[in-house]
Write a protein that binds this ligand. Structure first.
Ligand SMILES: Nc1nc2c(ncn2[C@@H]2O[C@H](COP(=O)(O)OP(=O)(O)OP(=O)(O)O)[C@@H](O)[C@H]2O)c(=O)[nH]1
Ligand SMILES: Nc1nc2c(ncn2[C@@H]2O[C@H](COP(=O)(O)OP(=O)(O)OP(=O)(O)O)[C@@H](O)[C@H]2O)c(=O)[nH]1
Ligand SMILES: [Mg+2]
Ligand SMILES: [Mg+2]
Lengths: 292, 279
């Protein structure tokens, strides 16, 4: 664990009372290893370490903290700064129904998250509905219908052979008639390098106003997360992220990478397979998790 | 002379970046960088990074000799493939792909939906069984997965199938109760088909980071992993974690999947894999 490793290195510093060049170097080496083991992107780690190095060299030693505590405090500060300091919420449409589009790689947790989100939005006092826009995956519609039932939210499906855009238009009409004020669109998993399916997302965003495009991604992801998030953001625009499967022991370094690359916030985290397992994202909790 | 030292620094950093980005992990990367450190300085004056890629390829082959994959079908007995892994990695899809693959090799299988938990899981596998042209064991949602597997064994024997492909629910290895459920499924297989050839395949997503190593060691500890299937290689992730898994846990990779069509899979080849990794 990083805090243990740093304590070890800096325990011998305690006697000297200040950080030597070598001690700092060794500490930074440990922090770099911890971040890479936590799946933070290589480039983000390099920037982070050089930021920390500058900070350590210009900051005079605190009288109240040991050098070890000071380095850990600085690391936490830089991390929390990158992750965003406060919670970021859904931006609801003030003048009519809110349309939320969920996108992401195959298997990242979109369908499950769509239903979880519907439940949370219901608790906020809205009347959400789910739109089954995944016509590709076998039994995707059935899956969303079952999850929708658990959330107590209607699922608008259209046939599996109906083109996605037709379903979207019909859903919008249906929502108006049934006074649903938030529409959550579940889409098929797709690669950021699949031009046809990227175009489908562009078509959806051109067809109806999308107030929140949320990229759902797996907390177990490694180095590829940065490029993937960047690609989706550049190609179709992303307003925020939902990080799933944080109930496992993945350190979740992807959170640092996607945030620093796109500047977009992580809004929610998935912490299990049950319908209630969706929490707001807390930057400071994430930073402790990454450092291990 | 100082130029050579500068080049060495630049090259080592390039190698570090290449390896880290592949998800092979910082510890394996450090081992490889150490080997490069001991290489003669004058070699680094050769301003050709491709020369180092070749060296790197050799080093990877030396450091991580490919584990032999013993997964094959013995038509003289019942063969059982137990497919497991964390959530969303492509297990159900792979079950369909494997059924189609073996069917094309002349082995007809029975697909068993032992994921009775997740919404739409049984329907999803049922659809894939039709696509693969193989039989499907009916199961009720919410029923006990171990009982479903028991039924599958009886049914395979009755229908004289040589291959049983068992799909299980995704589960994070941190849930001890879910890992116990999987261990129970294995016990049911060993008890009711003691003569069967059992393959426990761990399905790992190529986008997985360092957590992949914990997945492999935990599944190995709970019930044993005979081999790994690496999926979603059609994306931009390299799946380098399987090299570290081979190195640390000696678990071979049997198959890879690279797309959503039922034919998008093939046997793993380490030479090709390393070649693509370093591209
Ligand atoms: N443990 C855990 N499992 C999750 C979480 N979110 C989703 N899952 C599981 O991850 C798996 C994939 O979830 P889906 O909702 O089907 O993912 P998807 O993105 O819709 O998949 P595609 O539509 O095929 O791209 C399922 O087994 C879910 O139950 C989470 O926060 N924690
Ligand atoms: N691009 C790509 N997608 C894949 C591949 N294998 C599976 N998928 C997709 O990944 C998603 C999840 O696949 P599943 O087979 O449902 O995964 P799973 O492991 O059974 O999921 P759970 O049972 O929920 O844990 C689906 O959308 C699949 O089509 C692959 O090799 N490449
Ligand atoms: Mg889905
Ligand atoms: Mg499945």
């Amino acid at each position: 664990r990083l805090s243990e490793k740093l304590k070890q290195i800096l325990n011998k510093v305690r006697e000297k009372g200040k950080i030597s060049e070598n001690d700092l170097k060794q500490s930074l080496k440990e922090i770099k290893l911890a971040l890479l083991e936590a799946d933070v992107h290589y480039k983000v780690v390099k920037d982070f370490i050089s930021k920390l190095e500058k900070l350590a060299n210009q900051e005079s030693l605190s009288k109240t903290l040991t050098p070890g505590q000071q380095i850990i405090k600085m690391t936490h500060t830089v991390l929390t700064e990158i992750l965003g300091e406060k919670q970021s919420k859904i931006r609801f449409n003030e003048e009519g129904p809110t349309n939320i589009l969920l996108i992401g790689l195959q298997g990242s947790g979109k369908t499950t998250t769509a239903a979880k989100l519907a439940l949370q939005i219901k608790k906020m006092g809205y009347i959400p509905a789910l739109i089954a826009a995944d016509k590709i995956r076998p039994a995707a519609i059935e899956q969303l219908q079952i999850m929708g039932e658990k959330a107590g939210a209607d699922v608008f499906a259209g046939g599996v052979n109906q083109p996605v855009l037709n379903t979207i238009h019909e859903a919008q009409q249906w929502a108006k008639e049934h006074k649903r004020d938030v529409l959550i669109i579940d889409t098929a998993g797709r690669l950021h390098i699949d031009s046809e399916l990227i175009q489908e997302l562009k078509d959806i965003k051109n067809a109806i106003p999308i107030h929140e495009t949320l990229l759902v991604l797996d907390a177990l992801m490694g180095q590829d997360a940065l490029r993937m998030a960047d690609d989706f953001n550049k190609k179709i625009g992303v307003d925020g992220f939902i990080l799933t499967k944080l109930d496992g022991d993945a350190r979740g370094g992807v959170s640092l990478s996607i945030r620093s690359m796109t500047g977009k916030p992580i809004k929610f985290t998935g912490v299990g397979e049950k319908i209630i397992d969706l929490e707001p994202f807390y930057p400071d909790r994430m930073s402790s998790r990454i450092l291990g | 002379f100082s130029d050579a030292i500068n080049d060495k620094g630049v090259f080592l950093e390039k190698i570090e970046e290449l390896l880290i980005l592949s998800d092979i992990g910082p510890n394996t990367t450090a081992e490889i960088l150490e080997r490069f450190q001991s290489i003669n300085l004058h070699l680094f004056r050769v301003n050709d990074f491709n020369h180092f890629k070749e060296l790197l390829k050799q080093m990877l082959h030396e450091l991580i000799p490919p584990q032999v994959d013993t997964s094959k079908i013995d038509p003289g007995m019942l063969n059982i493939v137990l497919i497991m892994g964390v959530n969303g990695t492509g297990k159900t899809s792979f079950a369909g792909k494997l059924a189609y693959y073996y069917k094309s090799k002349g082995y007809d299988s029975l697909l068993v939906p032992a994921d009775t938990f997740r919404a739409g899981a049984i329907e999803q596998l049922h659809y894939l069984s039709k696509e693969a042209g193989v039989e499907f064991l009916r199961a009720a949602p919410g029923s006990d997965p171990a009982s479903v597997v028991f039924d599958g064994i009886q049914s395979a024997r009755a229908k004289k199938k040589v291959l049983l492909i068992v799909d299980t629910a995704g589960r994070l290895h941190t849930y001890h109760n879910l890992m116990r459920e999987l261990a129970k499924i294995k016990r049911v297989i060993l008890k009711n088909a003691p003569d069967a050839l059992l393959c426990s395949t761990l399905v790992i997503d190529a986008t997985t980071g360092q957590n992949g190593l914990f997945q492999a060691s935990n599944f190995k500890e709970s019930l044993g992993v005979s081999d790994i299937t690496l999926t979603k290689l059609d994306g931009t992730a390299k799946g380098g974690i399987v090299l570290t898994i081979q190195k640390e846990l000696s678990i071979p990779v049997s198959f890879i999947a690279f797309g959503e069509k039922i034919t998008d899979m093939c046997r793993y080849n380490q030479d090709k894999f390393i070649e693509t990794l370093l591209d």
